[in-house]
Design a binder for this molecule. Structure first.
Ligand SMILES: Cc1cc2nc3c(=O)[nH]c(=O)nc-3n(C[C@H](O)[C@H](O)[C@H](O)COP(=O)(O)OP(=O)(O)OC[C@H]3O[C@@H](n4cnc5c(N)ncnc54)[C@H](O)[C@@H]3O)c2cc1C
Length: 403
């Protein structure tokens, strides 16, 4: 059974892995010319850990872990205003037990699917569903027929636009933007994630890299929706340079490093809600279908778990008419739970005024002070994932042909 997956981010290769293991023939088409190594550390929490264990990837993931000591809020003059050490939250706060660079995780997933067909530098331009398949046209490759098509092509999914409707129906702007890229480290971070908030709802962040000579930078700002060319990286870098030119701490060095950063990635802080995840033989997976934004912070876990569930349901009998709704049913509650924004949402992360920033820092200092630590640990205590991971014995045994 031939399955086309659009998008070689996290969800796409994870699904390709499981489908191949179950005897399907996956093909992955990716818009970028090569794998995209960018991104910060992402968390593998809760039930997602069990999924990577079942994939046999846990030893490799553990070997590439990039644990952080905690999150420190830094003033413009470089002095620390507040800090949340990781051990205080026992893996439940912004710093999780298994943290890995998104690029490292992507590399491991691509290595685990090295004999899957990947079409880089191409994109789906048309889908025609028939009674027994989907005829797919590509920007570059010749038309091909598949049994099923999966949109795992992120928040701005092309597959969703073609099969479900315009982006505006499903993508909700949450009032901000975030950019990620790698730069020469402006200071020794000593394992800490450091953030400097500036008035106007802006932050400059640095996270450790495996190589201490480098740091993973992030720039975020609050803004209503702005229009820019999503394919023009130079235009996006110029936009950020203007927004952050008056910011203190290491902002200048971050902007200098950004100019030559090759893994630059900018996107809006948006959520994605699609009521029904499938249309006939086309189904959505990961950010393309459900996303709480980086503020919610569970995108990687959701995409790993959902890839396993979608493949598992298809492997039961190969019938998408049963499998697609069953996949949504198994995932539904967990997706709602893990798409929820943290308390305070974007206003807490990016206060607008100097007073707001000082108030937030004071709150963190109070919460992390000795008398309140127990309360904080209780509040942050990881609520169990709202999903019982099915076993899918069929995933390893079944071999399917088109029904
Ligand atoms: C370069 C990059 C860096 C990121 N960094 C972070 C980060 O630091 N922190 C964070 O929380 N989240 C980050 N994300 C988002 C995070 O990966 C997702 O929220 C989450 O892992 C869900 O994965 P996904 O596979 O659904 O989406 P994504 O990881 O976004 O993958 C979608 C893939 O689809 C591809 N694609 C897009 N359009 C098309 C098209 N028309 N045809 C074919 N392919 C297409 C994209 O190039 C991308 O490779 C990043 C995403 C990318 C692409």
């Amino acid at each position: 059974m031939k399955v086309l997956i659009s998008g070689a981010g996290i969800a796409g290769p994870a699904l390709a892995y499981w489908l191949q293991r179950a005897g399907f023939e996956p093909t992955v088409v990716e818009l970028a010319a090569a794998p995209r190594p960018g991104g910060q550390t992402v968390d593998i929490r809760g039930v997602a850990q069990e999924v990577v264990r079942r994939m046999g990837l846990m030893p490799a993931i553990r070997a590439r872990r990039l644990p952080e000591k905690g999150l420190a809020y830094i003033r413009a003059n470089g002095k620390q205003a507040a800090a949340m050490p990781a051990e205080l939250l026992d893996g439940a706060g912004p710093v999780a037990e298994i943290e890995i660079l998104r690029g490292d995780l992507s590399e491991l997933l691509l290595a685990a699917t090295s004999d899957v067909e990947y079409l880089y530098g191409d994109s789906v331009t048309g889908l025609t569903q028939t009674a027994d398949g989907v005829r797919v046209s590509f920007a570059t490759a010749a038309d091909r027929d598949f049994d099923l098509v999966v949109g795992a092509d992120g928040v701005h999914s092309r597959i969703r636009a073609l099969a479900f409707g315009p982006e505006a129906e499903f993508v909700h702007h949450l009032g901000g933007y975030g950019a990620y890229f790698t730069i020469p480290a402006p200071e020794d971070l000593d394992g800490w994630m450091k953030i400097h908030n500036a008035p106007g709802g802006r932050w400059v962040g640095l996270r450790p890299d495996h190589d201490p000579r480098f740091a993973r930078a992030l720039l975020s700002f609050r803004s209503p929706e702005i229009s820019y060319n999503r394919r023009d990286v130079e235009e996006q870098k110029a936009l950020l340079a203007r927004r952050f030119q008056d910011v203190g701490w290491h902002a200048r060095k971050v902007l200098d490093g950004m100019r030559t950063a090759e893994d630059f990635y900018l996107d809006s802080t948006s959520s994605v809600v699609v009521p029904e995840w499938s249309r006939g033989r086309v189904v959505l997976l990961g950010d393309a279908g459900y996303c709480g934004s980086p503020l919610a912070g569970h995108g990687t876990a959701l995409s790993l778990v959902s890839a396993y569930v979608l493949a598992g349901e298809l492997a039961v009998d190969g019938d998408h008419r049963r499998a697609f709704p069953a996949y949504q049913e198994v995932m539904r509650e967990y997706v709602v739970q893990r798409s929820a924004l943290p308390p305070g949402g974007i206003a807490m992360a990016l206060p607008m005024s100097a007073l707001g920033i000082r108030g937030r820092d004071l709150m963190i200092r109070t919460m992390t002070s000795r008398p309140f630590r127990g309360v904080l640990a209780k509040v942050a205590a990881a609520e169990p994932d709202a999903i019982e991971l099915p076993d899918y014995a069929a995933l390893t045994a079944a071999r399917h042909t088109a029904p």
